[in-house]
Ligand binder design. Structure first.
Ligand code: MRU
Length: 354
């Protein structure tokens, strides 16, 4: 990984035959960009949370396959295919929960598996892969803006919106899903305050959501995760808006660990619990959330966050990185083609068919 110069911030971009990424591990202290030139480097960046957030992971993986094509020795079409499949496998092993990763890899692989393309030369495949990755990135940005447009109607005036983790521009090609709704509502003059859950242990809320909202002059207040219940009880939260890593056919939603707790709390306090996600996050192959694989991350993120050990030596930790909120706790799912309401079996199917 080499350093790249930066002008205005961006989550990821393709430039001069490399994938450039803002290194999210160091925000907000340092705005540092990396230039990645191999699929392995992209896989490592996804594993280490240099790039994170379901749609951004999908986009990064797509560019990873472009790099795989560029680095292939290309002995013959068969060896080329084999190289691409190996990189696809490596990228697929990085993080199991966000379905956008597998969705993007599958979409990219259609190019080299398409028989009509196969007799054509390497250059053609390379160019087609790059065009597809750029298209995935463009569509993602477009979806986020449309999610914002559809979601704005769910936001009351002078809203105090609680969000968890980072489902913003940093988690997408730009604009964000949950924060896309917040951005659109802010433009409509509806946002009084965004309450950003700190989001232990990687602090996506405190570090990333706070950083990008502050850059856009959207009012934000960071709270620790344990404060949400108290603030709901004291009437300081009007609604919750979060993103998603995978949504099952029945509307169960996997998202950053802690989201399920918020869904239970929101129901108890009579507060709407809204989810914002593109259709690439809906996994129609999964009937319910019980089938969604939940990533367990390593000990260090909990025991030694940001290099500082905070636990006594030898004490065990758990680190499920995601949880599943049951569909009956979700008030609405906002996508780029409209808003789904319960019962989700029907409403999501209708949105997928659009
Ligand atoms: O572990 P992360 O930071 O990749 O988790 C991210 C989330 O849980 C987001 O809420 C989700 O991916 C939606 S991003 C638009």
């Amino acid at each position: 990984m080499e350093n790249a110069p930066s002008d205005q911030w961006f989550t990821l971009r393709w430039r001069d035959d490399a994938l450039e990424l803002i290194d999210q591990r160091f925000l907000p202290r340092r705005e540092e960009y990396l230039r990645l030139k191999t699929a392995d480097a992209v896989a490592e960046a996804i594993e280490k949370l240099v790039v994170r957030g379901a749609p951004a992971i999908g986009c990064a993986a797509a560019f990873g396959l472009v790099l795989a094509a560029k680095r292939s020795e290309y002995l013959n079409p068969e060896s080329f295919k084999k190289d691409l499949e190996l990189s696809r496998k490596r990228l697929a092993q990085t993080r199991p929960t966000a379905v956008n990763l597998f969705w993007a890899l599958e979409r990219m692989s259609l190019i080299w598996n398409d028989k009509a393309n196969w007799n054509l030369d390497r250059e053609f495949i390379e160019e087609s892969l790059l065009n597809e990755a750029l298209e995935i990135q463009r569509e993602d940005l477009d979806s986020c803006r449309k999610i914002g447009m559809h979601g704005v109607d769910l936001i009351p005036s002078s809203a105090r919106v609680l969000t968890h983790c980072n489902a913003g521009g940093l988690a997408t090609s730009g604009y964000g899903t949950a924060l896309g709704v917040v951005r659109a509502a802010h433009s409509a003059g509806k946002i009084q305050m965004v309450l950003a859950d700190e989001t232990r242990p990687f602090l996506q809320g405190a570090r990333l959501t706070a950083w990008e909202l502050q850059r856009d002059a959207i009012p934000v207040t960071v709270i620790t995760d344990g404060m949400a219940a108290h603030l709901m009880k004291t009437g300081e939260v009007d609604l919750v808006v979060v993103g998603a890593d995978r949504i099952a056919k029945n509307g169960d939603v996997a998202n950053k660990i802690g989201t399920y707790g918020l869904a239970v709390l929101a129901r108890h306090h009579g507060i709407p619990m809204c989810v914002a996600a593109p259709r690439s996050t809906i996994d129609v192959k999964m009937a319910t959330g019980a089938e969604i694989p939940i990533e367990e991350r390593g000990r260090n993120e909990v025991a030694s966050p940001f290099g500082e050990t905070i636990l006594p030596d030898g004490v065990a930790v758990r680190h499920p990185a995601f949880d599943v909120s049951p569909a009956d706790l979700i008030s609405a799912i906002v996508t780029e083609v409209g808003v789904a309401r319960p019962p989700y079996e029907d409403s999501l199917e209708a949105l997928m068919a659009k």
